[in-house]
Design a protein around this ligand. Structure first.
Ligand SMILES: Cc1cc2nc3c(=O)[nH]c(=O)nc-3n(C[C@H](O)[C@H](O)[C@H](O)COP(=O)(O)OP(=O)(O)OC[C@H]3O[C@@H](n4cnc5c(N)ncnc54)[C@H](O)[C@@H]3O)c2cc1C
Length: 408
């Protein structure tokens, strides 16, 4: 079967990998000059089944109001004339019940835990180099109330075979010696979690895909889907038509734009986040793995000889500006927890990306409702964590449908 995958971010490339592995003839098309140049470029680098979960939870609205009014709060909403934004926020609000939170949590955990197994398999069979480390993550708390609340709730990850340890400040510093003990109320260690550079992984896996016969077309913006006799038969990019038996859209936050005019609207909204990447200067006082900060909601990750801090959620459409005050908040969050890293601002790179986010937190993976068109997007905050599980699931679904059709 010939399959076109639109998008060479982490989701498109992992989808291409599992489709090629299942024996399909795969072409990946992306508007950028190489793999993972948009949201998958500089994310916070945590592969974190233990921390996986939907944003939508009881109590979110009150917390969100508190964050929005604070200048350095982790959440910002631009209140303008955008019906889509308000519809998405209302849909998020509707997911904030205990039952829906539990349902969404379970679905996300199933994908994240499967992804963890698949990453283990891929790492043992393929020689990929992506600054990977399996040292666990640690969530640190400066607010004792938050620490107590999360310590009580975290137990549900044990059902999925994941462990955790509640730590006092001294034990947290023993794990991460660079941490500023003075600000810590406590911490939770999540030993099953891993770290790695998503951009490097995507590029390395794309090279593996090429060796399996996958063809990549870069600098090729897809303008529309081609529909004939009610079926999707390919895509158009400029004057060129690319024809196939099936098409998978993995265009991240831009996926809905390719569905315009087809009567399908995915519940996916671009949620903006920022990161800052800097070289390690003082290795002993730098983070050893990922440290999650409960106050600023940032993740600080060691990626080989670099440190990356990522965070913020801005609900403001497709804005890719890089305001200075966001950078300054990332810098203060980093230096508050790791004051001895010897930070050199001129050596740091500031970046932003648009997380393709669903109100449930669960990605949209499967048949689209249009014949021959499939979707894999909506991984939100956890695209690096959930990529392999959802890509495998989609490739299995597409392969079994093909086999079922072939048998008739
Ligand atoms: C600040 C920040 C920190 C994050 N930290 C983490 C983390 O620590 N752990 C984690 O698990 N997740 C994290 N994430 C989330 C994760 O990065 C995303 O979920 C993931 O990158 C989404 O991947 P994607 O392939 O769907 O989208 P993208 O990487 O954006 O890929 C979509 C691709 O589609 C292409 N495309 C779009 N439209 C077209 C078109 N018309 N024609 C051709 N090509 C097109 C684009 O060029 C792009 O390459 C973070 C995100 C942000 C912003």
């Amino acid at each position: 079967m010939k399959v076109i995958v639109v998008g060479a971010g982490i989701i498109g490339v992992t989808t291409a990998y599992f489709l090629a592995k299942a024996g399909h003839e795969v072409t990946v098309i992306d508007r950028q000059s190489g793999p993972a140049m948009e949201t998958s470029f500089a994310n916070a680098g945590q592969i974190t089944p233990s921390y996986t979960g939907p944003w939508a939870a009881p109590g979110l609205i009150m917390k969100a109001l508190g964050w929005i009014i604070k200048d350095d709060g982790p959440l910002k909403v631009r209140f303008g004339l955008s019906l889509e934004r308000y519809q998405w926020l209302f849909a998020l609000y509707r997911q904030c019940t205990t039952d829906r939170n539990e349902q969404n949590f379970r679905q996300m955990m199933a994908i994240s835990c499967r992804s963890k197994q698949l990453l283990q398999e891929i790492r043992t069979t393929l020689p990929l180099s992506f600054d990977h480390a399996a040292k666990g993550n640690i969530e640190v708390f400066t607010n004792p109330d938050n620490f107590r609340a999360v310590s009580q709730q975290i137990g549900r990850i044990r059902e999925f075979g994941l462990d955790f340890q509640v730590l006092d400040a001294a034990a947290a510093v023993a794990l991460e010696p660079g941490l500023n003990r003075d600000v810590l109320a406590g911490a939770i260690a999540l030993p099953a979690d891993e770290t790695g550079d998503c951009h490097r992984f995507t590029n390395e896996l794309a090279t593996v895909c090429q060796s399996m016969g996958v063809v990549f077309h870069f600098n090729t913006p897809v303008s529309q889907l081609i529909q004939r006799a009610g079926r999707i038969v390919g895509v158009k990019a400029g004057q060129d038509e690319y024809l196939s038996d099936k098409v998978v859209l993995c265009a991240g936050s831009y996926t809905n734009q390719l569905l315009d005019g087809f009567g399908i609207r995915l519940p996916v909204y671009p949620v903006k986040g920022y990161s800052l990447t800097l070289p390690v200067v003082n290795a002993a006082q730098s983070p050893q793995s990922t440290v999650l900060d409960d106050q600023y909601k940032v993740a600080i990750t060691r990626l080989g000889d670099r440190i990356r801090i990522g965070g913020f959620a801005e609900i403001c459409g497709f804005d890719l500006s890089l305001p200075d005050n966001r950078r300054q908040i990332l810098e203060s969050a980093l230096l508050r927890l790791f004051p001895q890293i010897a930070y050199q601002p001129q050596d740091a790179t500031f970046w932003c990306g648009l997380r393709p986010m669903t109100p449930t937190g669960v990605p949209v993976t499967g048949q689209s409702g249009l014949e021959n068109l499939y979707i894999n997007t909506g991984h939100g905050t956890f695209g690096w964590t959930m990529c392999l599980g959802s890509a495998e699931r989609l490739a299995n679904e597409m392969t079994s449908t093909t086999k079922a059709v072939a048998m008739h």
